[in-house]
Design a protein around this ligand. Structure first.
Ligand code: UDX
Ligand code: ADP
Length: 470
């Protein structure tokens, strides 16, 4: 299929926009891609000579940026210059949960979506296909459409400008985003205008088989995204609920997951027990689902999905309580080494990371945390914890606080407990003999992801707790 589209703009150079456009640029060398963002620091990061300074860490991303940047992939703050140039515009802006006003705590804040729609309405020059990529509440396309249609007009140069809106939700999973984009299970395109849909199909056809491209109406596309995320999150809450039961009964969650997941009707993915799901999508999408269910009077349905989030909160709390309980009921003034702060491995994203609540709980109890993460810097941790970094000159024991650790082994020094919160590969190769000389005794290891081989550690006399095993 040949597309007429030659210039594509993407508003938002974040975790979705950046990797998505890098893959598009790699697969569609005849199209120019402009990724625009009003955050200058972020754009500077994307344009950085030093590719280790890209604002987002994602395996395989820097190689694609190196290959395409300056050729058919461009990063800029000049939103107003690239919108008029483009035949197709993706909206990949942030849509966090509202923290005040109507729908606070449930509905998404659509102010950045609305701002993008207004920018497109203002600067577009001819017929433009607008594609919603961000995760959005159902019927957001209607909002975008209303703003755009009220600006359909003949512009100063007497060109007629008009718009069609498509929904093309992203299903990429951070940490494997490039692979997910290159080899998607499916591409979903929702819309009413066959011609515009076909333009987008033609772009994806450069690397995705036609059978994998699903076409639906706008609302089905938007609702499918929320439903897919809700189902995935539900599986995690389900397995985490069973992890608690395993610890009480002597069953082993790994064995249970394997036995359950080998039923082909259930499948083996997303059955890893852990400290609860994080990331920018799962909680937000379920909250959106709850909000629309309440709006349409489907209170039982809303209550059903609410429990998936409650269970996630319970799992995090359960883990912090377990740490206190095992350390003789008090952690005031004790050093605890934290391994991993991102919400999952292979990303520097910390949004909704279970590490946030668990670390806050431990500091509330007076613990001194030594936090190590291979990809998350101390500024980012500080932003999420909103808790002062320990000031060694002005500090009294038991006040609770944290310091950043640049090195795995430094984190263990004098610690009573080591808590593993993210499944980074490098944690699997820890030398427990060396660690046994660094920690205070009795030493505890809490493996909240059940990823470590702890046979040697057991022989060395460490006390061990693992999620779903005890
Ligand atoms: C998710 C969806 O997978 C993706 O399709 C959507 O587009 C965006 O939201 P993401 O949040 O990036 O992607 O990561 P995902 O791999 O889904 O993990 C989400 C959370 O669940 C992480 O905190 C992860 O550690 C946790 N998880 C995942 C588990 O605890 N157990 C599992 O078995 C799988
Ligand atoms: P996501 O995970 O959905 O990609 P991010 O927060 O990582 O979310 O990225 C969204 C990006 O969108 C941010 O860098 C933000 O600055 C940018 N953004 C939001 N609204 C606009 C706008 N109206 N114009 C340009 N950039 C925008």
């Amino acid at each position: 299929m040949i597309t007429k589209v030659k210039h594509i703009c993407c508003i938002g150079a974040g975790y979705v926009g950046g990797p998505t456009m890098a893959v598009f640029a790699d697969r569609c060398p005849d199209i120019q891609f402009y990724v625009v963002d009003h955050n200058k620091d972020r754009v500077d990061g994307w344009n950085s000579e030093d590719l280790s300074k890209l604002p987002i860490y994602e395996p395989g991303l820097k190689e694609l940026v190196e290959k395409c940047r300056g050729k058919n992939l461009h990063f800029s703050t000049e939103v107003e210059n690239y919108i008029p140039l483009s035949d197709m515009i993706f909206i990949s802006v942030n849509t966090p949960t509202k923290n005040k006003g109507i729908g606070a705590g449930l509905a998404s804040d659509l102010k950045w979506i609305e701002m993008s729609a207004r920018q497109i309405a203002k600067y577009a020059r001819s017929h433009t296909i607008v594609v919603e990529k961000s995760t959005l509440p159902v019927r957001t396309a209607e909002l975008i459409n209303t703003i755009l249609q009220s600006n359909d007009s003949v512009n100063k140069n007497s060109n007629y400008k008009s718009f069609t809106v498509l929904s093309n939700p992203e299903f990429l999973s951070e940490g494997s985003a490039i692979n997910d984009l290159l080899n998607p299970d499916r591409v979903l395109i929702g819309g009413n205008d066959e011609k515009s849909i076909n333009e987008l199909v033609a772009i994806y056809s450069n690397w995705v088989k036609k059978e994998k491209i699903l076409k639906t109406n706008l609302w089905s596309s938007e609702l499918s995204k929320l439903t897919a995320n809700a189902f995935l999150a539900q599986r995690i809450s389900s397995i985490n609920s069973i992890s608690g039961l395993c610890e009480s009964t002597g069953a082993d969650i790994k064995e249970v997951s394997l036995a359950v997941g080998t039923d082909s009707r259930i499948g083996d993915k997303f059955l890893n027990a852990g400290p609860g799901f994080g990331g920018s999508c799962f909680k937000k999408d379920i909250l959106n689902l709850i909000y629309i269910c309440e709006y349409y009077g489907l209170h039982e349905v809303a209550a059903y999905w609410r429990v998936v989030i409650d269970l996630n909160t319970w799992q995090q709390k359960r883990i912090s309580n377990k740490i206190v309980e095992k350390l003789f009921g008090t952690i005031s003034g004790k050093k605890i080494a934290i391994f991993g702060f991102s919400f999952k491995a292979n990303t520097n994203d910390t949004r909704e990371s279970p590490a946030i609540n668990i670390c806050k709980d431990l500091m509330e109890e007076g613990a001194e945390l030594q936090i190590y993460d291979p990809r998350v810097n101390s500024e980012q941790i500080q932003k999420e914890l909103d808790y002062p970094i320990k000031d060694l000159d002005n500090y009294y024991l038991g006040a609770g606080g944290w310091i950043y650790s640049e090195n795995i082994y430094n984190s263990f020094i004098d610690a009573d407990a080591a808590v593993f919160l993210t499944e980074w590969e490098e944690f699997r190769n820890i030398n427990w003999k060396r660690v046994s000389e660094l920690m205070r005794k009795p030493s505890w290891i809490f493996d909240t992801r059940f990823i470590l081989d702890l046979n040697e550690a057991k022989d060395l006399g460490f006390n061990i707790w693992r999620v779903g095993l005890g």
